[in-house]
Design a protein around this ligand. Structure first.
Ligand code: PLP
Length: 295
C-alpha cells in the first residue's frame, strides 16, 4: 500500500520553548527517496519507532505513544524527544490519514547519519490493512522461545529489550516461523518458562474472571492498547493485573487476546494446537471500545 503522506522533522532540543513547531517540519514526497545512504536506521536498525492507530481521522492514544517513544529513547541513549513537537507532527499527520475508516501513523527517530550532527526523524501516514478477519475469526498462535531468561533484561540492559527499536528482524522471523508451523502469530516465552508477548502485540489472558498480562518489567514493551483496555475494564469494575506468568498459566485461561494499536483485539483460538474458547461478544465490545476516539 503506497504511503499517503510523509513529514521530516528537525528534532528540537527537549527544552525548546517554541509554541509552534511548524517551521521544523518538511513535507516530502512519500514515494521519492529521502534518506541518506549513511543512515544508521537502515544500516544498523539503530533507532526507535511508534505505530499509532487512526480511526476516522483521530490519532488514538497519542500521549501514551509519545511517552513510550521517550522511554525507548532513554533506553537507547537517543536525545530526549520534544513531546510537544512530536504531538504537533502527529496532529498534522492525522489530517492526512483516511477521514473515514482506519489508518496508521508511524513515528521514527533514528540515530541519524554516521558521524552526523543530529538524529533523523520522520513521520509517515498510511491506510490500515483490513483486520476484520483477525478481530472476528481470531488467530491461532504458537509459543516460541525468545532465547533469554526472565532475569536477562535486568542483567543485560544493552539488549534494549523494553525499547521499541527499529531492529524488528527477529520479530518478523518469529512471525514467519509461526506461519511455517501453521499458525497466524506467535507468543514469545523465556527460555526459563515464562510468558512474554507476541512479536507485534501484547497478550491478555482471562483467568478466573481476572484479566492478566505479563508484567512489563524490562523484557517486553508496555502496550498502549493493553493499558487503554485495562483502564476501560477497571472502569467497569473488572479486575486486572500485571503478573509474572509461567507458561502453564495459558492453559488456565478461558479466553485470550493479542492486543496492538492497529489490529486491536484479536481473540486467540488456539495455543500450540490446544483450542482456547473465544468470547465473541466480549471481543466485539473490546473492539468497539478500541475503535472509539481515545486520548
Ligand atoms: N509488543 C510488541 C513487541 C510490539 O511490537 C507491539 C506493537 O507493535 C506491542 C507489544 C503492542 O503495543 P501497542 O498496543 O502500543 O501497539
Amino acid at each position: 500500500m503506497a504511503l499517503r503522506f510523509a513529514l521530516v522533522i528537525e528534532p528540537a532540543a527537549s527544552d525548546d520553548p517554541r509554541p509552534d513547531f511548524g517551521g521544523s517540519f518538511r513535507v516530502i514526497d512519500p514515494s521519492a527517496p529521502a534518506l541518506s545512504v549513511g543512515e544508521l536506521s537502515t544500516q544498523r536498525g539503530d533507532g526507535i519507532f511508534e505505530s499509532i492507530g487512526v480511526v476516522d481521522g483521530h490519532a488514538q492514544e497519542t500521549q501514551a505513544h509519545l511517552e513510550r517513544l521517550a522511554h525507548s529513547a532513554e533506553i537507547c541513549d537517543l536525545p530526549v524527544p520534544h513531546l510537544e513537537q512530536w504531538r504537533q507532527a502527529v496532529e498534522i499527520a492525522a489530517q492526512h490519514a483516511p477521514s473515514q475508516g482506519e489508518g496508521v501513523i508511524k513515528l521514527i527517530l533514528s540515530r541519524g547519519v554516521e558521524h552526523g550532527p543530529a538524529p533523523t526523524a520522520w513521520v509517515t501516514v498510511n491506510a490500515a490493512p483490513d483486520n476484520t478477519a483477525a478481530r472476528e475469526r481470531g488467530i491461532r498462535v504458537v509459543t516460541l522461545d525468545r532465547g533469554y531468561g526472565i532475569d536477562t533484561p535486568a542483567s543485560a540492559p544493552w539488549l534494549l529489550l523494553g525499547a521499541k527499536t527499529l531492529s524488528y528482524a527477529v520479530n518478523m522471523a518469529a512471525l514467519r516461523e509461526a506461519k511455517r508451523r501453521g499458525a497466524d502469530d506467535a507468543i514469545f516465552v523465556t527460555s526459563d518458562g515464562f510468558v512474554l508477548e507476541a512479536p507485534t502485540a501484547s497478550l491478555i489472558l482471562r483467568i478466573d474472571g481476572r484479566f492478566v498480562t505479563p508484567a512489563p518489567n524490562g523484557g517486553i514493551l508496555h502496550g498502549t492498547t493493553q493499558l487503554s483496555l485495562f483502564a476501560h475494564l477497571e472502569e467497569q469494575g473488572l479486575a486486572t493485573g500485571y503478573e509474572t506468568l509461567p507458561i502453564g498459566a495459558m492453559g488456565k485461561a478461558d479466553a485470550a487476546w493479542l492486543l496492538s494499536s492497529v489490529r486491536l483485539a484479536a481473540p486467540v483460538t488456539a495455543i500450540d494446537g490446544v483450542e482456547v474458547p473465544v468470547d465473541a461478544e466480549l471481543t466485539a465490545s473490546f473492539n468497539r471500545y478500541l475503535l472509539s476516539p481515545r486520548d
